[in-house]
Write a protein that binds this ligand. Sequence first.
Ligand code: SAM
Ligand code: 2KA
Ligand code: SF4
Ligand code: MG
Length: 269
Amino acid sequence: MQSGPISARGVTAFEPAEPPARTEQLKFPVSEIFNSRQGEGKLTGVPSHFIRLAGCNLRCWFCDTPYASWNPQSESYSLDDLVQGAIDSTLQHVVLTGGEPLMFRGIERLTEKIRRVGLHLTIETAGTLAPNVVADLMSLSPKRFGSQPTIEKVEQVPHLQEIPLPTIERWQTLHESRRWKPQAIQKLIADSFDSQVKFVVDNHAEAADVEQAVSELQLAADQVWIMPQGVTAEGLEEHARWIRPWCEALGFHFCDRQQIHWYGNRPGT
Ligand SMILES: C[S@@+](CC[C@H](N)C(=O)[O-])C[C@H]1O[C@@H](n2cnc3c(N)ncnc32)[C@H](O)[C@@H]1O
Ligand SMILES: Nc1nc2[nH]cc(C(=O)O)c2c(=O)[nH]1
Ligand code: SF4
Ligand SMILES: [Mg+2]
């Protein structure tokens, strides 16, 4: 009876089996893959290959990609296919986003492999979870009270009208308990080569609250980017009138979400 695998030379080889985590083919739910220009933050304008994973542990009322959060729509891709797609794009920069990309099993291996093949990796995350990932640019967008999906807010969003009330209430509670994890944010920043922290601001109360968050995280002003809440060029411009001078006064970067100006808020851009 054979007690182990036979090598080509007929000698029994007792090589240890690869651990299951290595041989198993990891899969990820992908809502879209596209090439575009980075529209937000310090790499604005850089041609990038975007991978958007579907599914989020939060539900912000204003989410501009509900097809990756409130109503996740996805196709399954293997880790190898995602990496090969990024290589085939011929772009040097990969942006991994969602939904919440850091909530998926195997994300450590996907991110490691993207970097190991020599590509520059930006991770877009709300910073509520801190798996052992390394990014060239960790692009955090922590969620403060203003993003809460209250019934009053959700009622104002046309594409969320089908969501049943009990579902909204459940997500409001979950969102509140999950959204602010300063230790996770600090670990993600410490583990990455570079980082930026982008807050979404819709009104003056939220601006004051961001100042508190910046102080709690002990961020230098030039690590901070302020994005006006909005999914139309007109909406962003209206906010910019007061947000831009406020940023200038405090030394924060104003982040104009250029993709909205370039393309409108369209999937695949
Ligand atoms: C869709 S999220 C995906 C990554 C992660 N879930 C997060 O929130 O950072 C990508 C970026 O879009 C921003 N965003 C989403 N909806 C927005 C809106 N209505 N106005 C401004 N920024 C928005 C998020 O804050 C985040 O920086
Ligand atoms: N052009 C473009 N730039 C982006 N930067 C971050 C994005 C995101 O959705 O995470 C995004 C996006 O969806 N499109
Ligand atoms: S955390 Fe990001 S993906 Fe999730 S709902 Fe909020 S903006 Fe959308
Ligand atoms: Mg986007």
